[in-house]
Write a protein that binds this ligand. Sequence first.
Ligand SMILES: [Zn+2]
Length: 155
Amino acid sequence: MAKQQIRKELRVTAIENGTVIDHIPAKSVFLVISILGLDRIPHQIMVGTNLDSRKLKKKGIIKVSNKYFESEEINKIALVAPSATLIVIKDYTVVYKAKVEIPETISKIVKCINPNCITNVENITTSFTVIDKEDLVLSCHYCEKFTKKENIRFK
Ligand SMILES: [Zn+2]
């Protein structure tokens, strides 16, 4: 096997079943791990970061065995790593591969920036309309305050 080929295989060690999150900006890899709570689950996880990428300068990749993400979790990934690609693997075969997408509306997962917002005072589920997908600006359904990218806090 050519040296190049071996090196490539080391980098993309296959998983039998599970999910690969690829094309994460290198600076966001550990943020993705933390918002998904991957540091607290018993699954086998492989993490690579600062890998060379054509699309991004340096990318990260996370492979989680025997784990399939729910749409709320995928929305979290989209909010912090919109360039990410989600790859679902079953029996060593890719059964799904797509770029994550920031949805039109976001509920539950994000906190409203306004401390007086009813969602921060009472036990009410947050709900936002995404008014800018590029710069990431969320408008609260209850108080109409804008929560911007740099202020996003996850519940
Ligand atoms: Zn609010």
